[in-house]
Design a protein around this ligand. Sequence first.
Ligand SMILES: Nc1ncnc2c1ncn2[C@@H]1O[C@H](COP(=O)(O)OP(=O)(O)O)[C@@H](O)[C@H]1O
Ligand SMILES: [Mg+2]
Length: 446
Amino acid sequence: MWKNIGFKENPYDTKPLKVLKSDVDLLMGRESEQINFLTAIEVDSQGVFILSGVPGVGKTSFFNIQQYLLESGDALFGPQILAARTLCPIQTSDEPKNIVLRCIQSYCKSIEEYCISNKIKIPDQCIKVQAWVYQNKPATLNLGFSVMGNGLNFGREVHLPSVSDTTFETFVEIIGNLSIAVKEQIGFTGSFIVLDNIENLHVEDLHDCLTTFRDTLFTVPNIWWIIIGQSGLSSLIQSTNPKVFQRLSGSIELKPITIENLIKAVNIRVERFHLTETNGKSPITEETYLKLFESSNGEIRFVFKYCQEICVHLVQVVRKLLIAEKINIDDKSFQKFMGKFLVQKQIDNKFANDCLKEIITDEFNGLYLTQQEKRVLKKIGLLKKVKPKDFAEFKEFGIDTMQRFTNNFLTKLHSQQLLFRRQEGTAVTYELRGISVFAQEFELLD
Ligand SMILES: Nc1ncnc2c1ncn2[C@@H]1O[C@H](COP(=O)(O)OP(=O)(O)O)[C@@H](O)[C@H]1O
Ligand SMILES: [Mg+2]
């Protein structure tokens, strides 16, 4: 599909940047965040670091590039730490025990991937732990070392029950053992383990998990825990869980990159993925993608997603035209027809806007919002920003309590990605987000 518009690969790929040398140059801006992050990591051999920001702002990408730089030793400074190639995703109903088990699986996977790609022997513990988790049967593990007490105790045999009967503490001990194997056998000073998308936990569950982890997981030697979550996460922890907050080694709230950096980010991808190597242009004009950037409050993922969809839409339109006119869909006819929609090799702004309208309308209608929900959204758009406390403003829609406003509207619309949620301490505000900004512009809320 991309070759029809002159590309080897999708220049608007929405997937996060990976722990790869070739991805380093695709990360724009973030210089100051990088220094803050590397300095925080350099201070200690273990710790907990919070990386927060709105969805799609670039948290995972930022972190993966820092991981690449630290692991490879290419960073300006900082220790050599094994990257977490597999992140541990957090799900809504997770209990601490599920999370720690998933951490073990992700950690083993990361160790394995590193060893395979660098052609070195995978530590025995890692293989045995993986087999034990996979088989879910009692097993005797020669954990190699004991991390309990002080000093290393070699060749200790441990009898483990099946995974489902294993206690939280034992899981923690296993992580400690793996971390020693990474240090002793692979030669890193430490390892990253990443809890990704922690916003999936409800506030109370987040509190319980962090309290459980504080004196257990978070004290394992040589492990750097990175918690990736929603905007304002660190101030939320500060106000709801001060003891955990004191344990944190640092935090960064990622703000949207600048417009200049977004333009650079698009240009470098176009340059890298264009077929003819020279004179490649972004199929979507700057005007269109900057409008997407602005409407989404700086979410790069949103920008790339709709740029990609407009391109797909264009190719679909041209294919349909060719078929309707009974012309072969070969490259030559394709290029000829493409010309109708392109101005200097870029998709005409009017066409892009019409596509966007069609795409957003379909997507928005697919949510089957009630008339009342649409009108509430429209009003939020007029007010720009609302708090749960503002429920009285919405009396005309039969909303008479803060709880009803929050549960039936704010939380629901936020989970449908129609509202943007900002957190400062325990205070929360909501604004229209991405699709709903366009829904308002395209008059879909009336
Ligand atoms: N600083 C950046 N420069 C260029 N592209 C970026 C940058 N940060 C993120 N991206 C791109 O934005 C998209 C979303 O990034 P991602 O890291 O998945 O966001 P998040 O983890 O915050 O949801 C990806 O396509 C990624 O390649
Ligand atoms: Mg992410």
